[in-house]
Write a protein that binds this ligand. Structure first.
Ligand code: SAH
Length: 248
């Protein structure tokens, strides 16, 4: 099945952009995924092709009009009825690897990219769309966020990554950061590759990597570590997970 990416944007020329090269670019040529862009402006109803207006209640900037967005989303849904529609916004649920995995296992994704101050809020409920944030930063538009989300999905599609196992050990897949990597030269500016990695003892190497992954996660991402330990304690005691505490 080909993964269908549809991007709703005022700047279709930004696509495929970086997704036209390397792994994602090759996968696009091989039709492991497809890309459609819809110009939001094409769905404006007036002769000036207006897509935005001033914020109700006043304030700086412009807001994307709900009627124009709805027409564009309806068109995209007709093209790909089985693809979820995601709106990129810093107000959305932070994207994580678990959601990326779900999306990449599906038939594709339709992504609405905001500009200016963002969208008229009524579009979210009115069209049942999922709001997604790529992190606690503010971008000037949803396009780089869409590129990021698509990149994360595409690399997981069957046949895109070289070794099929290389995805499974990576950061976040086990609720842990990945262990650190090294390669030749063995010595560089007085720093050497950890002895154990040169020992050839695979059991020791596996144990070392597990330890590093755990230590680094505890230090760098205490939020992950707590969630992981919490999940382990709960499953060990057979306790049922509390409602509203099921975030991944
Ligand atoms: N006024 C908005 C920010 C608008 S930025 C606010 O303060 O919440 C313009 C557009 O960039 C947004 O509509 C969104 O599509 C995109 N964008 C900005 N930051 C983003 C983020 N962290 N995640 C996803 N999209 C983002």
């Amino acid at each position: 099945m080909t993964f269908a990416a549809t991007v709703l944007t005022l700047y279709p020329e930004m696509f495929p952009g970086p997704l036209g090269v390397s792994l994602a670019g090759r996968a696009l040529e091989e039709q492991r995924w497809t890309l459609d862009t819809l110009q939001i402006r094409d769905f404006a109803a007036d002769k000036h092709r207006t897509v935005d207006d001033t914020p109700a209640g006043g304030g700086a900037g412009m807001v994307l009009r709900v009627d124009v967005l709805a027409a564009c989303i309806d068109h995209a849904r007709a093209l790909h009825p089985r693809c979820p529609v995601l709106a990129m916004t810093p107000r959305g649920k932070p994207l994580n690897q678990a959601r990326v995995r779900e999306l990449s296992a599906g038939s594709g994704v339709t992504i609405l990219c905001g500009r200016f101050e963002g969208f008229d809020e009524r579009i979210v409920e009115g069209r049942g769309i999922e709001e997604v944030s790529i992190g606690d930063v503010v971008l000037s538009g949803g396009e780089p966020a869409a590129l990021m989300l698509l990149d994360a999905c595409i690399r997981l599609l069957p046949g895109v990554m070289g070794a099929p196992s290389s995805g499974a050990e990576e950061s976040f897949e086990q609720g842990l950061l990945e262990y650190p990597h090294f390669t030749r030269p063995v010595e560089w500016e007085g720093r050497t590759i950890p002895e154990v990695l040169r020992s050839g003892d695979h059991a020791k190497i596996t144990a070392w990597r597990k330890q590093q992954a755990e230590d680094d996660t505890r230090l760098r991402r205490p939020d992950f570590w707590e969630r992981r330990s919490g999940a382990r304690v709960q499953s060990a005691s057979g306790a049922r997970q509390k409602k509203g505490n099921q975030d991944t």
